[in-house]
Ligand binder design. Structure first.
Ligand SMILES: [Zn+2]
Length: 283
């Protein structure tokens, strides 16, 4: 027997265009015409109801969590790079390494600033060379107001938006000390953009974050408790129904899972994740 769904799928490209949707939940598979009340799009996949999108979310949150693996990046140590460039001496590097033994919270760059008087700009330029990306050190760059990112997500991942190119949807994203590929992938997924990373000095990062904190914050709900994914999916569903959201986008950083609800009102939900979770571990 030929089902309505299969007939519609055949007709769709020729006659019906984008006004026909088939539910993204395989066990549902309903097909609907036009705008359908209660339908929600999750990362560009259409779901016919809150029940279906909650089930879809559960699958998505699990697969997102499993993707939360940073690419291993082999880099020459910062101190050796500075030594090789004759910016520091071998004895200064030894002293900085000793200093870090006594102050394990301090980074090698901070230790070298104190011991060898290395500037923040040189540290940022050398870290950028380590990661193969540009550095941005000028305080004259205008604040990037176009990219709407939740402040807490930026703060926890030590990253700040520096420039938004709307035509190509490219975001220049500044990092401190190291690139966070997991946070970059999360932002690309939620904003549907391409992220180009750069390294900032500590002073510039603090200045940008201060300016961002003084702007009108986005409407955001933060969940510091580490809920399991079925609990998170239920909370998201409740918010979707409460504000009548028509679109959900999910991005998983190293510290937060970021859920953006769009239309008619925008809202961000941030769920804390354990920093040391192994990929695939139930959290
Ligand atoms: Zn459905």
């Amino acid at each position: 027997m030929i089902s309505l769904g299969s007939v519609v799928q055949r007709l769709k490209p020729a006659f019906l265009g984008s006004s026909v949707h088939t539910c993204g939940l395989a066990s549902c598979g309903r097909t609907r015409f036009g705008k359908w009340r209660g339908a929600v799009t999750l990362n560009d996949v259409w779901y016919c109801s809150a029940n279906c999108v909650e089930a879809g979310l559960l699958e998505d949150l699990a697969s997102e969590q499993n993707r939360r693996v940073s690419l291993h990046h082999h880099r020459l140590p910062l101190g050796l790079l500075l030594l090789e460039q004759e910016r520091i001496s071998a004895s200064e590097l030894d002293a900085a390494v000793q200093y870090r033994r006594l102050h394990p919270q301090e980074r090698i760059g901070g230790a070298l600033q104190k011991i060898a008087g290395v500037s923040q700009t040189l540290i940022a330029q050398t870290v950028a060379a380590q990661w193969g990306c540009p550095s941005v050190t000028s305080h004259k760059m205008p604040i990037c107001r176009e990219a709407q990112l939740p402040y807490e997500f930026l703060h926890e991942h030590s990253t700040a938006p520096m420039y938004w190119e709307p035509r190509g949807r490219v975001l220049l994203l500044g990092f401190l000390f190291r690139l966070d590929y997991v946070a970059m992938a999360a932002i690309e997924r939620v904003l549907r953009c391409t992220v180009k990373p750069c390294i900032l000095t500590e002073d510039l990062f603090r200045q940008v974050m201060l300016e961002l904190s003084e702007r009108n914050p986005r409407n955001a709900a933060i969940f510091p408790s580490r809920f399991k994914k079925d609990h998170r999916a239920r909370i998201v569903r409740n918010y979707v129904e409460e504000i009548g959201a028509e679109e959900i986008r999910v991005g998983t950083g190293s510290c937060y899972q970021w859920i953006r609800l769009n239309q008619p009102r925008d809202m961000d939900l941030l769920f804390a994740l354990p920093a040391d979770a192994e990929p695939g571990v139930e959290i």
